[in-house]
Design a binder for this molecule. Structure first.
Ligand code: AVI
Length: 304
C-alpha cells in the first residue's frame, strides 16, 4: 500500500488510486453525495429498478443465487427480494464487520432467504467459498461502479464475472451503468454547490497522511471534477493552490508547483451501444436494458 502510494505521488503526473477515497469518513461522505440534488445516479437507478422490477424479475427468472458485489448496507438488493425470491443471497464487501451487521438485520426481515456474507476485495479476485450455490448465479453490480475501472480493467472484471456465473447452470449479471450526457449535468454532479464532493476528494489527503505519515495540508489543495468528453469520463483532481512541498516517512518528498495536479479518480460514462459491445467482448449473451425517461442511466441484464 505504501509502495503503491509513493509510486503514484512520485510519478511525473501524480496520481492516487480512488480506493483511498474510502476511509470511514470518506464512506460517509459518499453516502452524503448520494443524497445531493446534483448527484443523480443513485436515485435514478433506484427509480429504474422500482419502475421495471417486474420486467427485470421476468428477465432473470426466480430462484437465483444472488451475489451482491460491493453490497455495503445491502439495501439495493433487498428492494429486489420481494420480486426475485433468491434461493440464496451472497453479499460481498471488503468491509467485513459492517457487512455482517447489515446481513444480521436483513435476516430478521427475510428469514426464508439463506444468506452467506463474504468479506473480500472482489476487484482483485472472485474466488467464492464452496458454500455459495453454483447454479444460476446472478451477479448484482449496481451504482455504475464499473465506471471507476480503466477500460481494460473493466473488460477483465466482466470476463471474471462471466466465468464465475457459468460454473454450474448458466446465470448472468444485473448491472447499473451511467450514460454519457450533457457535460453541464456531469460537471455539477462531480462538483456540487455545497462542496461535499470537494470534501470527499480532499479527505483522501487526510487518509494518505495516516497511511504514509505524510504532511499534506488539505487547505493547500483545490478540488476539480469535470467531464472529459474526448475520453468519455469524469475526472477528479486535486490542484495545488501554491508552490509547496509534501514529505512522508522514510525521507520521501515531492515538490508541487502552483496549479500542479494529483489525479484521484476516473468515472467512465457509457453509451448503451458501447456497453453492449463491451459485454459481448466479455463473452456475455443476450442483454436487456431499462432506462429512465431522460436516458441518463441504465440497468442492464446480460446472460452468461
Ligand atoms: C462509487 N462511484 C460509482 C462514484 C462515481 O460516481 O464514480 C464515486 C464518486 N466520485 C465522486 N462522486 C461519486
Amino acid at each position: 500500500m505504501r509502495e503503491e502510494l509513493q509510486q503514484g505521488l512520485m510519478a511525473e503526473r501524480a496520481g492516487i488510486s480512488p480506493k483511498y477515497l474510502y476511509d470511514a469518513l470518506g464512506s460517509r461522505l459518499f453516502e452524503a453525495i448520494c443524497e445531493l440534488p446534483e448527484y443523480y445516479p443513485t436515485r435514478t437507478e433506484a427509480q429504474i429498478m422500482a419502475r421495471h422490477q417486474q420486467d427485470i424479475a421476468t428477465a432473470i427468472g426466480l430462484g437465483v443465487t444472488m451475489i451482491d458485489l460491493g453490497a455495503g448496507n445491502c439495501a439495493k438488493a433487498a428492494r429486489l427480494f420481494p420480486v426475485l425470491h433468491p434461493r440464496q443471497y451472497v453479499p460481498v464487501d471488503i468491509s467485513g464487520d459492517f457487512l455482517s451487521q447489515a446481513v444480521n438485520d436483513l435476516r430478521q426481515k427475510f428469514p426464508d432467504i439463506p444468506m452467506h456474507d463474504v468479506a473480500m476485495d472482489f476487484s482483485a479476485e472472485l474466488n467464492l467459498p464452496a458454500a455459495v450455490g453454483r447454479d444460476r448465479r446472478l451477479f448484482f453490480y449496481p451504482g455504475s461502479s464499473l465506471g471507476n475501472f480503466a477500460p481494460e480493467q473493466a473488460l477483465e472484471f466482466l470476463r471474471r464475472i462471466r466465468h464465475a456465473s457459468e460454473v454450474g447452470e448458466a446465470g448472468g449479471l444485473l448491472i447499473g451503468i451511467d450514460l454519457v450526457k450533457d457535460s453541464k449535468v456531469l460537471d455539477a454532479a462531480y462538483d456540487d454547490e455545497l462542496g461535499v464532493t470537494a470534501a470527499f476528494n480532499l479527505n483522501m489527503l487526510n487518509h494518505v497522511n495516516r497511511l504514509l505519515e505524510a504532511d499534506f495540508n488539505p487547505r493547500d489543495w483545490q478540488h476539480h471534477g469535470f467531464f472529459n468528453a474526448e475520453l468519455q469520463r469524469v475526472e477528479m483532481h486535486l490542484e495545488a493552490r501554491r508552490d509547496l512541498q509534501v514529505r512522508w516517512a522514510d525521507g520521501g518528498r515531492r515538490v508541487f508547483r502552483q496549479h500542479e495536479r494529483i489525479h484521484t479518480e476516473n468515472s467512465y460514462k457509457f453509451t448503451p451501444e458501447g456497453f453492449e459491445a463491451l459485454l459481448q467482448q466479455a463473452g456475455f449473451g443476450d442483454c436487456q436494458m431499462w432506462f429512465d425517461e431522460r436516458r441518463w442511466f441504465m440497468v442492464c441484464h446480460a446472460r452468461a
